[in-house]
Design a binder for this molecule. Structure first.
Ligand code: ADP
Ligand code: LRH
Length: 432
């Protein structure tokens, strides 16, 4: 029996799970969970990286008896190291205002294939005051891996979210990195590669972009599926073997992110349950009773992807202002879920139209798969069956890629997905 530890840092919470893969089965046990979120200090939004590292170490102490450790987190954010390897300042959160007003240069999409998001690493670097002092940049999972192992590298799936990778070659783009200090970007490593050791335990590169790991663990039975990795964000799309770089795709704001095993994650970011998280934070209340009331409330429809909703702050006020009316809490929650379901529908329809790939089922994975109302509304809006679960797809995808690297699992993505299908509880919603 081989146990591995998956360290999975989401924007709203982190966990360390112990994963075991045996014949035909993948099983995970959560050994440590902790809250996460942007921290405002003076006029900047940061992540508390030393605090997160402390939680990672606490989780690893509890996991015990490990054959491997793997780390994934949200994308795009980074720490800068000085020439002696010390961290220059606490990493800034992608929701910070420093990239407000940035616009992409012409011709970018044809090289990097990325949807425009003001927070893509390349735009953050344009607003980075510490760059002149920096000797190297490490993305968040790579920074934690460096602290554990002393080794530096950049894991490929997360590197593709920087905007600095050429989508055709899968390498750092000489053209897009031309103006950066030489040596800033460490060499690429790929899911399954050895990233170093921690106390004698191999640290294995996984799909270190959380969404890449989540897509690995989509329990698809065929390749005709769409996925929604539904947590702080809804990442909505299809898996492809090739990027789509057409003008229509760029105009529709579809991204071609690098997936595990050379796949392309062709998807659109939808604002996701961040809208709900920020309402709960404003109201200082819990989710369950509100979700029950929202089941029978009537809502208004708004565009969840309006950039006005990106920063932290009073979300109920912003939603009511957008909709032009005062609403009860239950009505606001219902409006969020109706609007997300419609945005899910639009993204799935666009992904099929723009890529030519057709689907007959929608998989919802991540914490949002627990939200029965959202799953049903999404099935209704899409006119397709929804399979919900696993909620911990990201940790499972992280575990599976490690298990394969240490010889406890075998085969293609479709073989790994069968393990999830056969061992994780799933719920099905038919369109009404
Ligand atoms: P992230 O990885 O981005 O931090 P998660 O995948 O952990 O996000 O999902 C977190 C979200 O999942 C929460 O904001 C919440 O809306 C939803 N969620 C988690 N548990 C439940 C539940 N029991 N019922 C409904 N929604 C849930
Ligand atoms: C989800 C996620 C998403 C990115 C965003 C910054 O956690 O990694 O895929 O676009 O965070």
């Amino acid at each position: 029996m081989t146990a591995v530890a998956a360290i999975d840092l989401g924007a709203s919470s982190g966990r360390v799970v112990r994963g075991i893969v045996t014949d035909g089965n993948v099983h995970i046990e959560e050994v440590h969970r902790f809250a996460n979120g942007p921290v405002r200090h003076r006029d900047r939004l940061h992540w508390d990286l030393p605090g997160l590292y402390h939680e990672v170490l606490a989780g690893l102490r509890r996991a015990g008896g490990l054959a491997s450790i793997g780390i994934d987190s949200w994308a795009v954010d980074y720490g800068l190291l000085d020439p002696s390897g010390e961290l220059l300042g606490n990493p800034v959160c992608y929701r910070d205002s420093r990239t407000d007003g940035i616009t992409p240069a012409d011709g970018l999409y044809e090289i990097n294939g990325l949807q425009f998001q003001p927070f893509n690493t390349m735009f953050q670097l344009m607003a980075e005051p510490l760059l002149p002092q920096a000797s190297q940049l490490l993305l968040i999972p790579d920074l934690l891996s460096y602290w554990l192992t002393g080794q530096r590298g950049t894991e490929y799936t997360n590197a593709t979210t920087t905007g600095l990778i050429d989508v055709r070659t899968g390498q750092w783009s000489p053209e897009l990195t031309r103006d950066l200090p030489p040596g800033l970007l460490p060499a690429l490593r790929h899911p399954g590669d050895l990233a170093g050791t921690f106390k004698g335990i191999p640290v294995t590169a996984v799909g270190s972009h959380d969404t890449a790991s989540a897509v690995v663990a989509v329990p698809a039975e065929t390749d005709r599926f769409a996925y929604i990795s539904c947590g702080t964000w809804s990442l909505v799309g299809v898996e492809l073997d090739f990027p789509v770089l057409t003008a229509e795709s760029r105009a529709a704001n579809f991204t071609n992110e690098g997936g595990v095993d050379g796949t392309i994650r062709y998807l659109r970011n939808v604002m996701g349950l961040w809208l709900l998280q920020e309402c709960l934070r404003t109201w200082d209340t819990s989710l369950e009773p509100l979700l029950r009331e929202a089941g029978t409330a009537s809502g208004a429809v708004f565009d969840p992807n309006d950039p006005v909703f990106l920063p932290p702050g009073d979300m109920p006020a912003r939603i009511q202002q957008w909709c032009g009316k005062t609403m009860t809490r239950a009505e606001i929650v219902r409006s969020i879920l109706d609007s997300l379901a419609l945005a899910h529908r639009d993204a799935i329809a666009d992904a099929q139209r723009l890529s030519g790939k057709e689907v007959d089922v929608v998989h919802i994975v991540g914490g949002g798969s627990h939200n029965e109302l959202l799953c049903q509304l999404t099935a209704d809006a899409c006119g397709l069956p929804v399979v919900a679960g696993p909620a911990e797809a990201t940790a499972l995808g992280n575990v599976l890629v490690q298990a394969r690297a240490v010889g406890a699992a075998h085969g293609t993505l479709s073989d790994l997905r069968k393990l999830v299908l056969e061992s994780q509880p799933l719920r099905r919603y038919l369109p009404r």
